[in-house]
Design a protein around this ligand. Structure first.
Ligand SMILES: Cc1ncc(COP(=O)(O)O)c(C=O)c1O
Length: 445
């Protein structure tokens, strides 16, 4: 097997940020790339491995973002590198719809094994999370013969036309891009930090299903699509019982329950899929991001009767289930199992939650600390009012960036800092990143 990367696992700032080479590249980017494609960091990557991203000036950053929850097994993980190298030498593309190949089928078999439930399942592979979410809706419509789709407040499902309609936040995802696809309805989410204390999971689900019944009608509804832990919306973990009550309502009303596990799936929360924390078995599960270690791949996996309701040729796409991405996905699954990364995700949860709760105890601007596994967040508020404070989150993240720690913000109000380290990060790097965050909080008081 390929030797593990030699990229040194330490933070290092060799130049002021951004360094000269990154500045040159940024000038080229501005001249050549649409400003619609913005970047979080002003530095350009040269290498990445373990818990470190090295830039083109030799600066080394602690990675708390994993390229937005993608490199869960680490960037350029040894098994992934080997599998992709072997595959690229064998063939790069034939199109599964023209001349099929084993890797695609093997990924589908693995997804049948790993997704919740022991019923008969089928899978279809695509390229991006958005594309897979769109296809989950197509499949649910085809099976039920119904049109409407229900999504939730704070949801993020992508940037294509249908998934923009499903995404909640206007700026930057939707602003100026309408008109959006029809028959998409939004229901209230369970948001324990912001809900009244008496709204437990069951009540929050009743609040949502009552709105669905009165404003949509179960007889018109094809699917309820939900992120079991919301991602871009602020790492919102619904109250216990919310997801299971929704799933039960869907079952009773012939509505397809779709878990969008694009961000929360593939080991990120310490289980293969985040719905497992609530013992929910979705009809369809959408995977992407962490599934293939950085190669573009996404999947819809679910009940065989639902998946097979679509006529032959109704699903697909030129690149869907590309052989390189399938080889990478099989290597990711092997890596998660061989290195027991689900346990590692739970250990990261304990470490991050512990440190962040300590910080929260002495800093009232941290209103809430939450999350599962290596998907953890701190929500910032104005201590006087409890209102969201996006400016503090932005300032804390900017300080961390300046000190060589890649952090991302999220949330409807941009007031949440999220922690999404690769599971290959060391405890030492995690601790160091949290030390930087501690200083960032001091510096922004
Ligand atoms: C929950 C969720 N669904 C869908 C998407 C869209 O995935 P992609 O960016 O691969 O299209 C994302 C991306 O962040 C996501 O977090």
């Amino acid at each position: 097997m390929t030797e593990p990367s030699t990229l040194e696992q330490s933070r290092l700032l060799r130049t002021p940020l951004p360094g000269p080479r990154s500045q040159e590249l940024m000038a080229r980017k501005v001249a050549a790339v649409s400003q619609g494609v913005a970047t979080t960091m002003p530095v350009f990557a040269a290498r990445a491995a373990g818990g470190i991203v090295e830039d083109v000036d030799g600066n080394r950053f602690i990675d708390l973002g994993s390229g937005i929850a993608v490199t869960t097994v680490g960037s350029s993980a040894a098994r992934v590198v080997d599998a992709v190298a072997d595959q690229v030498a064998a063939f790069t593309h034939t199109c599964f719809m023209v001349t099929p190949y084993e890797g695609y089928v093997a990924v589908a078999e693995q997804l049948a094994r790993l997704t919740p439930g022991d019923h008969e399942k089928r899978t279809a592979l695509f390229n991006s999370g958005s594309e897979a979410v769109e296809n989950a809706v197509k499949i649910a419509r085809s099976f039920t013969g119904k049109d409407a789709v229900v999504v939730f407040d704070h949801a993020y499902h992508g940037r294509t036309n249908l998934t923009m309609a499903m995404t909640a936040k206007n700026m930057p995802y939707k602003h100026g891009f309408g008109p959006f696809a029809g028959e998409v309805y939004r229901a209230p989410m369970s948001y324990p930090f912001r809900d009244a204390a008496e709204i437990d999971g069951k009540l929050a689900a009743a609040r949502a299903t009552s709105l669905i019944e009165t404003q949509v009608g179960a007889e018109n509804l094809a699917a309820v699509v939900i992120e079991p832990v919301q991602g871009e919306g602020g790492f919102i973990v619904p109250a216990p019982g919310f997801l299971s009550a929704l799933a039960e309502w869907c079952r009773a009303n012939d509505v397809i329950f779709v878990a969008d596990e694009v961000q929360s799936g593939f080991g990120r929360t310490g289980t293969w899929f985040a719905v497992e924390h609530d013992d929910v078995v979705p009809d369809l599960v959408v995977s992407a991001k962490g599934i293939a270690g950085g190669l573009p791949l996404s999947a819809v996996t679910g009940r065989a009767d639902v998946m097979d309701a679509v006529h032959p040729g109704g699903l697909g796409g030129t690149y869907g289930g590309n052989p390189l991405a399938c080889a990478a996905a099989l290597a990711v699954i092997e890596t998660i199992e061989a290195e027991d990364l689900l346990t590692r995700a739970r250990a990261i949860e304990e470490r991050l939650l512990g440190r962040l709760r300590d910080l929260q105890a002495s800093d009232p601007r941290i209103g809430d600390v939450r999350g599962r596994g290596a998907m953890i967040a701190a929500e910032f508020v104005d201590p006087a009012t409890g209102d969201p404070d996006g400016a503090v989150a932005k300032a804390v993240a900017a300080y961390a960036h300046s000190q060589g720690v890649i952090t991302l913000t999220c949330g409807t109000w941009g007031n949440v800092i999220r922690f999404l380290p690769p599971l290959s990060i060391s405890d030492e790097l995690l601790d160091e990143a949290l030390d930087v965050l501690t200083t960032a909080l001091e510096e922004t008081k």
